[in-house]
Design a protein. Sequence first.
Length: 442
Amino acid sequence: MPRLPTSLLRRAYALDPYLPALLGPCRDLCAAQNELRWLREHVDGVAEKRRARGGTLARAALLRELVGKRARGMPLQYILGTEWFGEVEIRCRKGVLIPRQDTAASISHLVRFLRDAPNLPSELRVLDLCTGTGCIPLLFAHDFYDASSRPDLRILGVDVSEKALELAAHNLERTRKAQASVAKGNISFLQADILLNPFADQTEGPPSLKTALNLKRMPQFWDILISNPPYISPKEYWKTTTRSVRGFEPKLALVPPPDAAGTDTEQGDAFYRPLLTIAQDVEAKIVLLEIADLDQALRVGRRVREMDIYDGIEIWCDQPDAHPNTAAEDPASDSEFPIFGTGNARTVLCHRGQGTQWLQRTPSPHAPTSTPADTTEDCAHISHDGLEPSFDKTLLHAGDGRPFHERTLKSRKEPVDWEHWTGKPANAAAPWYTKEPRLGRR
């Protein structure tokens, strides 16, 4: 990291003695001024709360302490305790990944399509994997109910970290009190390991997703799957992340676990194969996966295309609702993935069946013919959640639904030859188990 010019440090000190300390993590005078203003506002807010409880606070000492923490690289969100995710304020704590605005832009853009979507089910089910602070379920519910009354919404956030799930539950309770729109949705959280094979022997640790859903009697089928998984490779972790991220944010939420047989790039992509498998198992109609850059987006898009079950694959940028659109040519074939918005590639969107209709998209000419939109599984989840036993009606005699013994023995005109079947004359004494019980003693 290049050193800061002495002239910049002198100028910052002339404006405020605290600014030079903030220039280190901010690297920009304007950004340092904004952060100092937010820190002062935070100190004033803490002082007001202390005063309301009859206490006092040394504001200068607290401000000096907070500036020192920021100068050592602690993220501002951990110091202030909150971060805005779209229009929802999310509580942040050390050990849980800080929400990013780029992620919020993709979620809000998706919800805008769904609010105007035709033929939504009576209960729209959304599965958020690697939920972290719970920011995605909360923003989804806020934006979905913000405009008008919509169908029932059920969102399940899943994470492997107990600390993350505790914070997500706190954010849910806190947001429900502040925003009535979030209170309308059925939001819950669940601990599970999405990388764990559901058929593997396990004695400790979080269960697999399928096992956790069964234990909690959760639905097995979901309409939309969203995930912001760990997707940074070890090499890119040291090249692209800041000292503040490496020093304070959990590496578990940024870098996938190592695989002895895989390369650096394969480790960065480790979550996408199980995520796509889960999406197929839960029969998701829309899948939204966050990625690191365009190269990773193309790799994920190719993997989705190999599954041959989706009607369309798209790449969304940091600002997906912006007008300029381009297309990324795939050198492996004559196909292409449309790119929407401006900025860096941020998410990969897959849709099929009813999901294609909800997004008001036209199926790609390369879309599979085995899953057209008009034959997609029932949107109201009746066909899956209300399963009824079935049998092969061709086994019945044509026009006669009577059981086999009634259609054979009882339909015969001649009496049954019991002596032939039992080897005893018809007037022989009945066996002991057919005699009526004797009452009393002889």
